[in-house]
Design a protein around this ligand. Structure first.
Ligand SMILES: [Fe+2]
Ligand SMILES: [Fe+2]
Length: 303
């Protein structure tokens, strides 16, 4: 990053400087009004917090040890680093000024997540593995879609895990408050992304659409392969890309799959309810989770 975070956020925040007024009334998916609605929703809900001034709460030794032993820090930092680059690469390839501004803000926020995590790691003395070089090879649209759909999976489960950690006291309240803006930002990102995908597929020439749908399928297959593939390496000391399994295991034995899915679904609904009802919501992961929920029962103590 060349510019300072505050300089970048000042120029990106809000929708000032863009011509399009906020749409009124019903909005057709794929229309200019739809594009304005999802871009302005992201831009206008920007939270200007500055990672450098976050006052990391003092933790007692037990809470600190629990935090340090979570096996997610390497992959979390690297995921944010890669996300920033992937999203920034697509912003650079985007010609529409409002869309580009919104995607640049998305990239800025991914970079800010990485700074928050880096500061947390330093504050609590967590040792990280050396970071790889982040590079975007080839198609920026593919990179953007990989990050977008990947966040649709990870954020859905992160909502539930975060709430579980809050309820169980695994994370002290002060730390939960510190992290809340990061989690809500991911909700904004996936809302933005699914609306971009809904808008984009409707604006392209009909002949391109089957190719785009194939690309969407390829991204999902890639993400499934990545999660299964990396999970195999866990035994060799490589951190798992599968946040849900790793995270749930780390949060303690008391967590039950049915209960976790219920919390994820409820939290997803709650976090999305803050935004304009005319926007489409992430569908695939909540629907699959709802389907999976039908196959698992809560143990008697929950009934
Ligand atoms: Fe992020
Ligand atoms: Fe994100």
């Amino acid at each position: 990053m060349s510019a300072s975070p505050s300089a970048v956020s000042d120029s990106l925040a809000g929708s000032s400087g863009t011509q399009e007024p906020f749409p009124e009334g019903p909005v057709r998916l794929g229309s200019d009004a739809h594009k304005t609605l999802f871009c302005r929703t992201l831009l206008d809900t920007f939270d200007p917090y500055k990672p450098a001034v976050i006052d990391w709460p003092k933790l007692d030794s037990q809470a600190r040890d629990r935090l340090v032993s979570l096996p997610i820090w390497d992959i979390a930092v690297q995921t944010e680093g890669r996300a920033r680059l992937n999203v920034a690469a697509y912003a650079a390839a985007t010609t529409d000024p409002l869309l580009r501004k919104a995607i640049e803000l998305n990239a800025f926020e991914e970079g800010r997540h990485k700074v928050v995590l880096a500061n947390l790691v330093t504050a609590y003395g967590i040792a990280l593995a050396p970071e790889p070089q982040y590079v975007v090879r080839g198609d920026p649209e593919w990179a953007f879609m990989v990050t977008g759909y990947s966040e649709c999976i990870d954020s859905f489960f992160a909502f539930g895990l975060f709430e579980s950690a809050k309820r169980s006291g695994f994370f002290p309240e002060a730390l939960v408050d510190t992290f809340e803006p990061v989690i809500q930002e991911e909700a904004r990102h996936i809302l933005f992304f699914v609306n971009w995908a809904a808008w984009y597929r409707r604006t392209m020439p009909l002949w391109r659409r089957p190719l785009f749908e194939l690309k969407v399928l390829a991204v999902w297959l890639f993400l499934i392969w990545e999660r299964i593939g990396i999970a195999r390496d866990v035994g060799n000391g490589v951190q798992d890309n599968n946040f849900t399994v790793t995270g749930a295991k780390s949060l303690g034995a008391d967590i039950n799959v049915a209960e976790l899915i219920d919390i994820c679904l409820a939290e997803n609904k709650r976090r999305m309810s803050r935004y304009d009802q005319r926007l489409v919501r992430p569908f695939a992961i909540p629907a699959l989770a709802g389907l999976a929920r039908r196959c698992v029962r809560k143990p008697k103590r929950y009934a």
